[in-house]
Write a protein that binds this ligand. Structure first.
Ligand code: GLA
Length: 399
């Protein structure tokens, strides 16, 4: 049944085990869920995408070098598996048979050869199109009205991931346009193509897109700035309860390493994205990134929070004058906590057990995921003095 049906319709009691039992971290949910059943997105996707750093300045050599770098830096072994092209990979016009054509000046060997190369490195290959007549750059066609043809083309090239944008959409609703590509992908002969919906949260996709795609953007585009990153984190947080395995909220790709934020701001960006079960799609030039960037992107313990089997999006549970606690349950009764100082001066941020819905007498081990050290027998609260815009990230394990 699983392999045959368009959607997997089920009545689920999502009964995530959580010793805390209180409201904020209580994940007992009873709801009707229609899941997009293509076999992808069991955990949030991890990889790289060309847009945040390169915009339209992309070519096959750069993408091959990026795949090489993802392997040689160890990122691939940590789970970053998708190498994704964004906008501007195709010629402006389709060929006489209506097919999309790789831009000859940038991708002379064609996309299939590039996908083959990426696959030969043990990685997966992603591509980009748009649920409109043209993409946002207006430099290539969109797939509106060509969904089946394009899905078959992508499948024939060995594509594993499709990001599907929302420009030039002829004022047809996303609810009408996105399911067409979703179905076309399922019928393309390459069913497991991860479908990344990018309609910017415009029609509240968290409410309906579970049956259409593996993730959906909840906001407009991120910029490599503290203001943008924090605004997007908050906007995405509102939809936390709708995310889960095979259907994730997407607050946009990572800016870590692009230069517009401080190291502590990037650490916060990465920690919150990981906690929120966001796709971890690197958006910098991994061929030339510095060691600090690599270290931020390579934290196995933070990645483990993002990829945790329970798949519950962590959320903001307390905010007082820019001093914030974000938290969420993990498998095996663990709790992930981020203490975050968003104020403009040094301050102490505290999460009390009552904030975390932990019983008052509960004793935990607190693993500091960035220091890689453990405080044993912690009770009642956990707190840290933090520089402006800095965070601490912990996993609490009941003793
Ligand atoms: C939109 C998307 C971005 C990027 C650009 C490409 O703005 O939201 O993520 O794909 O288009 O033009």
């Amino acid at each position: 049944m699983e392999g045959l049906s368009l959607c997997f319709f089920m009545f689920v009691v999502l009964n995530a085990s959580c010793s805390c039992g209180g409201r904020l971290l209580d994940t007992n949910r009873e709801e009707e869920i229609i899941l997009f059943e293509n076999g992808a997105g069991q955990a949030p996707p991890m990889g790289w995408n060309s847009w945040n750093h390169f915009q339209c300045d992309i070519n096959e050599e750069m993408v091959r070098e990026t795949a090489d770098a993802v392997v040689s830096t160890g990122l691939a072994d940590l789970g970053y598996q998708y190498i994704n092209l964004d906008d501007c990979w195709a010629e402006l016009h389709r060929d006489s048979e209506g097919n999309m054509v790789p831009k000859a000046s940038k991708f002379p060997s064609g996309i299939k050869a590039l996908a083959d190369y990426v696959h030969s490195k043990g990685l997966k290959f992603g591509i980009y199109s748009d649920a409109g007549t043209q993409t946002c750059s207006k430099q290539m066609p969109g797939s509106l009205g060509h969904e089946e043809q394009d899905a078959k083309t992508f499948a024939s090239w060995g594509v594993d991931f499709l990001k599907y944008d929302n420009c030039e959409n002829s004022n047809i609703t996303a609810k009408e346009r996105y399911p067409k590509m979703s179905e076309a992908l399922l019928n393309s002969g390459r069913r497991q193509i991860y479908f990344s919906m990018c309609e910017w949260g415009s029609e509240g996709p968290a409410l309906w897109a579970k049956s259409v795609g593996n993730s959906w953007r909840t906001t407009g585009d991120i910029e490599d700035k503290w203001e943008s990153m924090t605004t997007i984190a908050d906007a995405n947080d509102k939809w936390a309860s709708y995310a889960g395995p095979r259907g994730w909220n997407d607050p946009d790709m990572l800016e870590v390493g692009n230069g517009g934020m401080t190291t502590e701001e990037y650490r916060s960006h990465y920690s919150i994205w990981a906690l929120a079960k966001a796709p971890l799609l690197i958006g910098c030039d991994v061929r030339t990134m510095d060691s600090t960037t690599l270290e931020l992107l390579s934290n196995k313990e933070v990645i483990a929070v993002n990829q945790d089997n329970l798949g519950v999006q962590g959320r903001k549970i307390k905010s007082e004058a820019g001093l914030e606690v974000w938290a969420g349950p993990l498998s095996n009764n663990k709790i992930a906590v981020v203490l975050w100082n968003r104020s403009s001066s040094k301050a102490t941020v505290t999460a009390y057990w009552s904030d975390l819905s932990l019983e008052p007498q509960k004793v935990v081990d607190a693993r500091d995921l960035w220091q890689h050290s453990t405080q044993t027998s912690v009770s009642g609260q956990i707190s840290a003095e933090l520089d402006s815009h800095a965070c601490k990230m912990y996993v609490l394990t009941p003793s």
